[in-house]
Design a protein around this ligand. Structure first.
Ligand SMILES: [Cu+2]
Length: 313
């Protein structure tokens, strides 16, 4: 039966995922069984009791035995499904006491993660293998939904309120997570990668943010453009998006919403990245997240260097 599971369900990343799948496959086979049973009886009856000349349909009002059977048997089956489902629900709802905590902030259209030691990241989630981890989540705008497919956990994220989920990652490697609540134009960009790291690579990630120090700055910037979610609002080819395109910005005048015009030099770019509300570009709303404390110094340098390379195009 494993072949069917792996055909219709994604990979399993935690013991809980395996439990969910077992339950799900039970429901699938139960449905297959009753489909065959009911369709079989129906087809059989059509053939066996086909109308023949002279037949008279007998008058039936009810059949106690039959009605008792089709009430009690489904009730018993539904109770099994109910109890099994509640057990799984409870397990998903109550994180173990020693779970490590990660703060999740959802915002049109990026995921922000904050670790206990203050490390922050965008659209990129690192957890330690075999260490249960709990997510305390809230939204800065509309309703989003954190769906970690391989862990089979999924929960709405609301503004002005915390919701929680947890899982115990047991499979080292890359997994996918995404927003599962339609949240506007950039909804389909609102995804990211979950890395389940062994202990050594998790420590290394906390120290360096996973960035190889030998990568040249502008190359680093172009990688961050994708991985930090800038690409969901900024284009590099001049076409319009939620935010201004980066093409031809550097070194050129920028009109601000308060009527001033400034030249986009390194400091302007830096400030626009770190404190997006400081100077707002004319014609745009200040929907950009604040990256102060999120990006490391070298990452900001990299982004500035990258935007510079797009300046004269
Ligand atoms: Cu969303």
């Amino acid at each position: 039966m494993e072949w069917l599971r792996s055909l219709i369900l994604p990979a399993q990343g935690s013991p809980y995922a395996a439990q969910v799948d077992t339950f799900y496959m039970f429901l699938v086979w139960l449905s297959v069984f009753f489909f065959l049973l009911i369709a079989g009886v129906a087809v059989y009856s059509v053939i066996r009791f086909r109308h023949k000349p002279g037949d008279v349909t007998p008058h039936w009002t009810h059949n106690n035995k039959l009605e008792f059977a089709w009430t009690v048997i489904p009730l018993a089956i539904l109770m099994v499904i109910f109890v099994w489902g509640v057990k799984g629900y409870m397990e998903a709802a109550v994180p173990p006491g020693d779970a490590q905590e990660i703060r999740v902030t959802a915002k049109k259209w990026v995921w922000q993660f904050e670790y206990p030691d203050g490390t922050r990241a965008i659209n990129e989630l690192h957890v330690q293998v075999n260490k249960p981890v709990k997510f305390v989540m809230s939204s800065e705008d509309v309703i989003h939904d954190f769906f970690v497919v391989d862990m089979r956990v999924k929960h709405d994220i609301l503004p002005d309120r915390y919701t929680e989920i947890w899982f115990n990652p047991t499979v080292v490697g890359k997994h996918h997570f995404e927003c599962a609540e339609y949240c506007g134009r950039g909804h389909s960009d609102m995804g990211g990668t979950l890395y389940v790291d062994d202990d050594a690579s998790y420590q290394k990630w906390l120290e360096t943010g996973g960035v190889d120090a030998s990568i040249p700055l502008d190359k680093l910037g172009s990688m961050l453009y994708e991985s930090k979610g800038c690409s969901s609002c900024h284009t590099i080819d001049g076409s319009p998006s939620q935010g201004p395109s980066w093409k031809g910005v550097f070194g050129h005048p920028v009109q601000l919403s308060d009527g001033r015009t400034v030249i986009a030099d390194e400091n302007y770019i830096r400030e626009s990245i770190l404190v997006s509300g400081a100077k707002i570009v004319k014609g745009y709303d200040n929907i950009m997240p604040v990256f102060q404390g999120v990006l490391r110094q070298r990452e900001v340098d990299g982004l500035v260097a990258y935007i510079k390379t797009l300046g004269n195009k």
